[in-house]
Design a protein around this ligand. Structure first.
Ligand SMILES: [Zn+2]
Length: 317
């Protein structure tokens, strides 16, 4: 729990971490506090998103008809650099899982996000990374590196570890952003926190992103085959909406949607239900399997092929 950084302090800690910071006109007073009658903070962590689009800085500043801006505190362009868009409450996290918030606050391992029963916009700083999020749109090294520096700067300022960093997909049911592995991202934040921020080194010019000890490259999220198999065997027979393996199921469903095997309306609730099993069986038949080999329960070869074809994930067995 911590008091949110002032606008001036935010700017200074980001620069001290080695970032070049762009300021959108009006960002210091752009927030949702007055409109909602709620105050931003106390803050407990930082949240990472992908925008699922391109050239969306102004969209993130202004918001949409159904969701007023700012949609994040900072927007990170593919090549346009880091932009501060808001200060205060921002519409980025939405309704999140209270158990996950409590774990984040305590810097413990995050439980599965099966509820949407807390207001994440009160509690979390948000970064939107410009990326289609389809698993094929690359995160340039320099962009990914700036995301690590942004998260590290805020954690360092609050005395948090990398365990105060989460991805949207880890806190809100149904979300799949960001489309890189958050354990890898947290490891990169940990490495950055272990190093001295460049701004502290007297006389040294700010390093360019990517020149630090380890140049980050966004790795794909991983789906654990054995956990997914358990989900495919458990969820259809359990009560409606039973969730065994939220993250892996959502990624698998997103891939099946992308390839046209599953209707979007059935994806994203984290439950590997009978509709998902039927869709997966279609994918297995597409690959030439039949009978018991096309029963809708994922296997190593078909799941790896699904992750490769869509670019959405890799498989660990
Ligand atoms: Zn998001």
């Amino acid at each position: 729990m911590a008091t949110p950084l002032s606008a001036a302090k935010t700017l200074s800690v980001l620069k001290a971490e080695g970032l070049t910071v762009h300021e959108h006109e009006g960002w210091r007073t752009h927030n949702r506090d007055a409109a909602t009658g709620r105050k931003f903070g106390p803050v407990i962590g930082v949240l990472i998103h992908h925008t699922a689009g391109h050239n969306d800085r102004e969209l993130c500043f202004n918001g949409r008809a159904d969701l007023p801006g700012p949609l994040c505190h900072a927007w990170l362009g593919k090549t346009a650099g880091l932009w501060l868009l808001g200060h205060g409450r921002a519409n980025h996290a939405g309704a999140v899982d209270l158990d996950v918030m409590n774990a984040l606050r305590a810097e413990k391992a995050l439980p599965h996000d099966n509820d949407a029963n807390a207001d994440g916009n009160d509690l979390l700083y948000g970064l939107e990374i410009e990326n289609l999020g389809n698993g094929k749109d690359p995160y340039p090294d320099a962009q990914y590196r700036q995301a690590v520096l942004w998260a590290a700067a805020l954690c360092r300022a609050h005395g948090w570890t990398e365990k105060s960093v989460a991805g949207h997909k880890e806190v809100q049911p149904g979300k799949i952003d960001p489309s890189f592995d958050m354990d890898d991202f947290r490891a990169d934040v940990r490495r950055q926190l272990a190093s001295e921020p460049v701004g502290k080194k007297a006389g040294s010019a700010a390093k360019k992103p990517g020149s630090a000890a380890r140049s980050g490259r966004a790795a794909k999220p991983r789906v654990d085959l054995s956990r997914l198999v358990t989900a495919a065997k458990t969820d259809p027979g359990a009560r409606q909406g039973h969730v065994t393996y939220m993250a892996g199921t959502n990624l698998t469903e997103a891939a099946l949607v992308q390839l046209g095997y599953l209707d979007r309306t059935f994806a994203g609730d984290g439950s590997f239900g009978s509709t998902t099993v039927a869709a997966y069986a279609k994918w297995q038949r597409h690959l030439g399997y039949s009978g018991a080999d096309a029963d809708g329960v994922p296997g190593k070869i078909t799941l790896s092929a699904l992750g490769d074809r869509t670019g959405l994930f890799s498989v660990v067995a």
